[in-house]
Design a protein around this ligand. Structure first.
Ligand SMILES: [Zn+2]
Length: 275
């Protein structure tokens, strides 16, 4: 008998920031015509889903070695940020990898007990012919990818092909677009279905204007993916973009971690009216 939503667990969902940078806005969006001239701030997150006796981490951030040749440093190590909310990376059993870009797939060595949930298409994309091209491999860290290949050989990668429920009320969904096998995670919460979009939508603006982020494998899949995100989430306010600093402003802070960790399973804060 199918489980109805009212019987599904209500999970806690946290967005944890570990780094910040800024781009020229015109370099961040594919369609430049309607983009402002200023800077585009960008936060880097990992996500935690907790409840019903389980803890799932989505994405692992980057280690400092992956950034030796990049103009970005983490403010705090992602593993330390996880510890701030009581998550010990060494004991986490399930990590959902949205995609294999450097800022999402690093640090897997810290997750010694985890199995890694990944789309077939993402591993094929990240080890296949397109990685010969700088324009498509510039956001990939080959050490993170080869570490994940080793996890395959150790039997620790749980492959998915499309949409799959991984626990009651938690499912992964292949979007593609940004990379060959980009996936998002949908989570049942007390306020409805929250979708952790990761880089299926970097910023709210990518969704609101159907203007993709500038690093993209398949533009059509990004745009169709936006529709998919809206269909999966209870409302547009239930979609959590992967890099938007507004997430930390819109949602209640985790106790003691204001500006660092947002509780996205809770309703957004009331908007302050200019006055
Ligand atoms: Zn990213």
């Amino acid at each position: 008998m199918a489980i109805t939503p009212s019987e599904l667990p209500h999970y806690e969902v946290l967005a944890l920031r570990f780094a910040h940078t800024e781009f020229k806005a015109k370099d961040a969006f594919l369609g430049r015509g309607d983009v402002h001239d200023g800077q585009q701030p960008m936060d880097f997150f990992v996500w935690v889903v907790r409840g019903d006796g389980r803890t799932i981490v989505m994405d692992m951030g980057f280690g400092d070695d992956a950034c030796a040749h990049r103009p970005i440093k983490s403010d705090r190590h992602p593993v330390e940020v996880l510890a701030d909310v009581g998550v010990d990376a060494a004991t986490v059993t399930d990590v959902v990898i949205s995609h294999l870009h450097f800022d999402h797939a690093g640090n897997s060595g810290y997750f010694k007990k985890a199995r890694f949930h990944l789309q077939d298409a993402e591993m094929a994309f990240s080890t296949g012919r397109y990685m010969r091209y700088k324009i498509l491999n510039r956001a990939t860290d080959v050490l993170s990818v080869t570490a994940m290949v080793r996890h395959v050989y150790d039997g620790r990668v749980e492959f998915h092909d499309g949409d799959e429920e991984i626990f009651p009320g938690i499912s992964v969904h292949k979007i593609g677009g940004h990379t060959g096998g980009m996936q998002v995670m949908r989570v049942h919460t007390a306020r409805g279905w929250v979708v952790l979009a990761s880089d299926a939508a970097h910023f709210y603006q990518n969704l609101d204007t159907d203007n993709p982020f500038a690093i993209v494998m398949n533009i059509g899949e990004v745009l169709e993916g936006n529709r998919r995100l809206r269909a999966l989430a209870s409302t547009p306010e239930h979609i959590i973009p992967g890099h938007d600093p507004m997430v930390l402003c819109l949602y209640p802070a985790y106790p003691g971690l204001k500006g660092q960790v947002a509780c996205v399973h809770l309703p957004p804060l009331p908007r302050v009216q200019p006055g």
